[in-house]
Write a protein that binds this ligand. Structure first.
Ligand code: ASP
Length: 449
């Protein structure tokens, strides 16, 4: 059995949905199909999920939601009419009106019930269309199938018992249309994953039914070694490991949701990134181990929006438990950290700026001074991290030297260098304004020479 997930652009209109159905019907193993909500038809268009959020916000402000509701209904109706399944359009309008009328006492719960409507109705619509052309197709209700999530509304995580429950989907007959992005809490309430979370649904299902492959159908031919917005004709990546993909996703590769690899990885299900608009392209295979290495570096990524807390204290290295106490302050303030390069008497903690607003900065600096006697601590904002990633780097001497030399020649100052024990990635911390430039220079060095 193959699990296929189709992203928003693959569901954007009737023409795209017909392509999806052609792809599914062209391989009898493609039986469990996960869909996103209809996405953008063109650059200026709005995603259905964004329309639903706007609708929920309008209702939560106590304003008349009629116009916002009509925008979503119109989007779905146009698709349903175009596909010739008129009765589905009426059912969707009714479902949306019911959701809008739900209790607004809890903002998170209300938002999630509306956000989930995009995927839920998309799955019903595609199932109805497939039945109208004579296929056996069933909409699957995630609650009834056992997709149980934590009650962190808008940021839910799968509960471990879901896997055993969902496994029985493999025994059902016909084509199964499963809505992405949401599930139910133990208390029976709708909860959604973070934005882009239909990728996570697909991965969970692929792991649960122990699929032969998890096909993730999107709108690009493959993963590229570098962001295609920065480099023309970037090098396509035919095969990449989960670990490499994880590192690149961390630094901004947005092909797949960052949390989506974990379930497939746990059960070693290969993930195949494919293009709905070009189904003959083989795409990128994400696998556990690989033997073919074209070059040392697999991909290069850069992400902005980081900052560092730089601290130093004379004889820091002699104080047993010092780092633990620094990290305890961060944990106490609920601040996650990303990297922690250190010297004998100095320590830097790299964080994402969005978790470290100015008020938190004041509190943390004061606590470092008062509780640990660190007078010399300062925050540097406006950093980016540039990652060089490749399994083959671990067995190759001089990759970091080569990268550092290329960046030095390009006049980019390296503020931080960090290499993890796995040796599959090197991280450079540089000023944000040099981020894209550095990525391009590294790409030239490792892919164009
Ligand atoms: N429709 C949701 C979003 O736009 C989830 C998804 O597409 O994966 O975030």
């Amino acid at each position: 059995m193959k699990v296929c997930k189709f992203g928003g652009t693959s569901l954007a209109n009737a023409e795209q949905i017909r392509k999806v159905c052609d792809i599914v019907l062209s391989d009898p193993d493609r039986r469990l199909v996960v869909v996103s909500a209809p996405g953008k038809r063109n650059k200026e268009d709005a995603k259905v999920t964004d329309l639903l959020i706007a609708l929920a916000e309008t209702a939560l402000r106590g304003e008349d939601p009629a116009a916002a509701l009509e925008a979503v209904v119109a989007r779905f109706s146009a698709i349903a009419v175009d596909l010739g399944v008129h009765e589905a359009a009426a059912a969707i309008a009714e479902d949306l009106a019911k959701r809008v009328a739900l209790s607004r006492n809890d903002r998170g719960r209300y938002l999630d019930s509306l956000k989930a409507a995009g995927e839920d109705n998309a799955a019903r619509l595609v199932a109805a269309y497939l039945r109208s052309v004579g296929e056996e197709a069933h909409y699957v209700d995630p609650g009834e199938a056992g997709m149980l999530l934590t009650d962190e509304f808008g940021n839910a995580q799968v509960l471990p018992e879901s896997y055993d429950r969902l496994a029985s989907l493999a025994e059902r007959t016909g084509l199964l249309l499963f809505p992405g992005f949401f599930g139910y809490t133990r208390g029976g309430e709708v909860a959604t994953f973070p934005r882009g979370g239909s990728d996570i649904t697909g991965s969970i299902l692929a792991a649960a039914v122990r699929a032969e492959v998890y096909e993730n159908w999107t709108d690009v031919d493959s993963v590229y070694a570098v962001n295609p917005a920065l480099v023309s004709n970037p090098h396509p990546v035919a095969e990449i490991t989960y670990r490499e993909m994880r590192e690149l996703a961390y630094a901004g590769f947005s092909v797949l949701h960052e949390e989506a690899l974990s379930p497939a990885f746990q059960r070693a299900i290969p993930v195949n990134i494919r293009n709905t608009n070009n189904p003959t392209a083989k795409g990128t295979m994400i696998v556990k181990t690989r033997g073919n290495f074209e070059g040392t570096v697999t991909g290069i990524a850069g992400a902005k929006g980081f900052c560092s807390i730089n601290m130093s204290k004379y004889l820091m290295n002699r104080e047993v438990g010092f780092v633990m106490r620094v990290l305890a302050i961060l944990a106490d303030e609920g601040i996650p950290f990303e990297h922690m390069p250190s010297g004998i008497d100095s320590l830097s903690i790299i964080l994402r700026q969005n978790v470290f607003p100015a008020e938190k900065e004041q509190v943390v600096l004061r606590r470092l001074r008062d509780e640990l006697g660190i007078e010399d601590a300062a925050v540097e904002r406006g950093l980016s991290v540039v990652m060089l990633v490749g399994e083959a780097m671990a067995h190759t001497v001089g990759v970091t030297a080569r990268a550092a030399t290329a960046l030095a020649k390009a006049g980019v100052n390296l503020e931080i260098i960090n290499q993890g024990a796995s040796e599959i990635s090197v991280m450079f911390g540089i000023r944000e304004e040099y981020c894209n430039y550095a990525v391009k220079e590294l790409y030239k060095e490792f892919f164009l020479k």
